[in-house]
Write a protein that binds this ligand. Sequence first.
Ligand code: KIV
Ligand code: ZN
Length: 531
Amino acid sequence: MSDSDVKAGAAAPSIDHNRVLIFDTTLRDGEQSPGATLNLAEKLEIGRQLTRLGVDIIEAGFPIASPGDFEAVTRLAQDIGQSENAPAIAGLARAHKMDIDRAWAAVQWAKKPRIHTFLATSDIHLQHKLRMTRNDCIEQVGEMVSHARSLCADVEFSPEDAGRSDPEFMWQVLTIAIKAGATTLNIPDTVGYCTPGEYGAMIEGIVKNVVGIENVIISAHCHNDLGLATANTLAGIRAGVRQVEVTVNGIGERAGNTSLEEVVMALHTRKQVYGNIKTNIDTTQLVRTSKMVSAMTSIPVQPNKAIVGVNAFAHEAGIHQDGMLKNPLTYEIMRPETVGWSETNLVLGKHSGRHAFSDRLKSMGYELTREELDHAFDRFKVLCDKKKVVTEADLEALVADQIENINEIYKLDAMSVTSGSGNVPVASVRLIDEEGEPHQDAALGNGPVDAICNCINRITGADARLTEFHVHAVTAGIDAVADVTMRIEMTDDNGKKLLFSGRSADTDTMYASGKAYLAALNKGLRRRQTR
Ligand code: KIV
Ligand code: ZN
């Protein structure tokens, strides 16, 4: 295929053996985490932060999946994909013409658009899921990669479930994909089945046996079902992988995907092992990005999570503390400031002006419109009256809460709840709908939170059921902001149970609970409207 056959888009990235491209799929595979639905404003904020972080490619979504996904990928291509040093914007498509055309319609606006198409190659998937023969698979890959390439200069092909595929058959499919114009071959361990030795050997086999492989970039895409995703991805890099598909905080289907921050910091810290292989990542943005993704997906980061967990650089044992005081090298293999920890402790107070407030939000990766900034600043001032010192963690919670609630069908207008021993907890709630109409009711519950949820269900007529409830104090102290995360289950029109999460922060834990429940419920109701 010559370049004149290609309609649009910048050429695919060229191979640099000293550089690993970071393909971030937080907004696609990451958003497939149960309950992690993101609204458009959240996707755009995360997209901007990923650009600041320095990722090379953003997989923005799966455009055929829903009108909302299509709109999000289009907007990311139009807004983020046009910025200076813009990352490439990829859209996922099954190896079907309709999917590919839809993906192209969404990503075409980016300076560097990419179509990422996939078809399974394992016999388990071919026989039981797709009911196709191996020959059908080869034919479909040839036709569909070639169709994608007729639209876009940068085409990635993934043999889904590569980790359980017959290697010789997969080599054949990959050879066909290259002939048809694929520029990146991504090798997914879709079910997280491989061990590092196996995954590395699979890449070596591809390097040796696929015709034309020297002209394309090999990519790793690993799931974490056995907790081996990062190890497998790194084994892939040693065997010749030069693109890694990762998510912030490792979020994703089931046990998640390879975590971006772990791979980046392993390459950064262990040059003796991986050689001088670089990424374009600004490591000082890692913690900020992690916090933003956690706040917006309502998926908390476990405290002992490598690099971005709150305990990742905390030293508890006396012997460790003594060593650290004498020389940090005794117990630290990297400095907290290298990954952006130190900057997150800066504080603001009630004397901080609008300018300082807006500058701080910008440095945290938030670009708010004037109206959003006004609203956030008003809330910040209210918070300052309740709390002497406002940290970045408080601001993160405050702004994430505001962005999450942009798309509200119902807004919480007033709420009161009584509880205690000897009386039945009761909540009264007033909601305002999109037309500005008030709706109010009261309900009992087996505790105050239950009463609030029951009351909101009564008003909205929703069948939602609370399945998870977490409260955590954003900072220490009696005046701490309570950060509440809730997960609810709702049934769609086909009787399928779906999870939605909501998060909210307030110094009043019950009020934050009401808002978190409503945030999750609004997502479920909105989804019903758009499907
Ligand atoms: O895990 C997987 O196989 C995927 C593909 C769509 C690349 O996410
Ligand atoms: Zn995946």
